[in-house]
Design a protein around this ligand. Structure first.
Ligand SMILES: Nc1ncnc2c1ncn2[C@@H]1O[C@H](COP(=O)(O)OP(=O)(O)OP(=O)(O)O)[C@@H](O)[C@H]1O
Ligand SMILES: [Mg+2]
Length: 361
């Protein structure tokens, strides 16, 4: 097992800067999940850690040892890709053993490791098949098996489940989580899937245009997003954003959101007069809440355990309301929706989180 340290890590392709001044400490035994929009540099970062890509600036250390100049094969880590990249002409057994041939390992040791990986991933009955005789989920298990046999100090996963159908994804997600629980090896995992990120991660890193926006536990990111980008990125269905004005009169601070009644809040540590208020769809309440307004139902999406309603405010803005009760509203209905003050996240004009402090007056 190993921890990993990134110090001022940067990557450029010619004049194009992909990753800038990235600092991150990944603890020994941690399950770190990397998320961010397409093209933000997740795969590039993973490949730099793996040694498949040079770094332009900074240092990467594994277990406190700088590995910048260490070739991929000597870094004692294994990477699993989105495409399984199995050798089509080899059996599952050979696919698993193949990567160990460069390690001058005894035949008995190779067999022991292959058998162990097959047992962990429950692919023993498939060992003599070729990849074309396997389902997507089975192929992905073999790809993970190939990573396991190397007994790495660190696993790198680049969207390993994104080619699987929904049901298999859920199953493999649980299998990966139990694999992690058993091995306890440090894992760095890239995904586009909110549920994977929230359920598997010890910590999540939100990356945007090659820079870290926030690092924290799933709960920290969800309950205290540090900026508007993270607020909008973490959480599904997406958080609602409302433009607001701040009025300061004497000791009182009041917030005005167009279409809603004005309300008092504790003081905010900003002099900005324009804010963005965010409220999660589940915190917009139908027929309840301290601060209320009228809204018209535009679309109702019944999902079984929750119903998602697209509502139009008097201002014309659409908000999402998620309700877990038995909703009987229909398109065109006018309802009252509201929120509690505690449910509001405040962001200043530059998009940084600000927390009300002190008493409301
Ligand atoms: N060899 C290369 N030369 C030039 N630009 C590259 C090269 N490889 C990647 N890039 C660029 O680097 C950026 C980051 O790419 P990367 O594959 O790391 O993104 P990503 O976050 O993994 O995206 P996705 O979620 O779509 O997989 C992209 O803008 C991409 O076009
Ligand atoms: Mg990628």
């Amino acid at each position: 097992m190993a921890g990993l340290t990134l110090r001022n890590v940067g990557k450029r392709y010619g004049a194009l800067s992909i990753i800038q001044g990235l600092n991150l400490d990944i603890h020994d035994g941690e399950f770190l999940v990397l998320v961010g929009p397409s093209g933000c540099g997740k795969s590039t970062l993973l490949r730099m850690i793996a040694g498949l890509e040079d770094i332009t600036d900074g240092t990467i250390s594994i277990s406190d040892k700088v590995v910048n100049d260490l070739p991929a094969s000597k870094r004692e880590l294994s990477m699993v890709f989105q495409s399984y990249a199995l050798y089509p002409h080899m059996t599952v057994r050979k696919n698993l053993a193949f990567g160990l041939q460069n390690f001058k390992m005894s035949k008995a040791e190779v067999e022991r490791r292959v058998a162990e990986a097959a047992r962990i991933l429950q692919i023993e009955p498939l060992m003599d098949r070729k990849p074309r005789q396997l389902s997507g989920g089975q192929k992905q298990r073999v790809a993970i098996g190939r990573a396991i046999v190397r007994e790495p100090k660190l696993f790198l996963f680049d969207e390993p489940l994104s080619n699987l159908d929904a049901e298999l994804r859920v199953q493999m997600r649980a299998e990966l989580a139990s694999l992690y629980a058993r091995l306890g090896t440090t894992m760095i995992y890239v995904t586009h899937d909110q549920v994977e990120a929230m359920t598997m991660a010890s910590r999540i890193v939100v990356l945007r245009s090659g820079k870290i926006e926030q690092v924290g536990t799933p709960q920290e990111l969800y309950t205290r997003p540090q900026n508007l980008f993270v607020a909008g990125f973490i959480g599904s269905p997406k958080i609602n954003m409302l433009k607001a004005g701040v009025l300061r009169e004497g000791a009182s601070t009041r917030v005005r959101v167009e279409g809603w009644p004005e309300f008092a809040i504790a003081d905010l540590p900003t002099t900005d007069t324009q804010l963005t208020l965010c409220v999660r769809p589940g915190a917009l309440l139908v027929g309840a809440g301290t601060i209320r307004t009228e809204a018209t139902v535009r679309l109702v999406e019944y999902l079984g355990n929750e119903t998602l309603m697209h509502m139009v405010l008097p201002t014309g803005q659409t908000v999402l309301v998620s309700d877990s009760g038995k909703i009987t509203y229909r398109q065109g209905d006018t309802v009252t929706i509201g929120f509690e003050l505690e449910a509001i996240h405040y962001f200043d004009a530059s998009g940084q989180r600000v927390e009300p402090t002190g008493e409301r007056v």
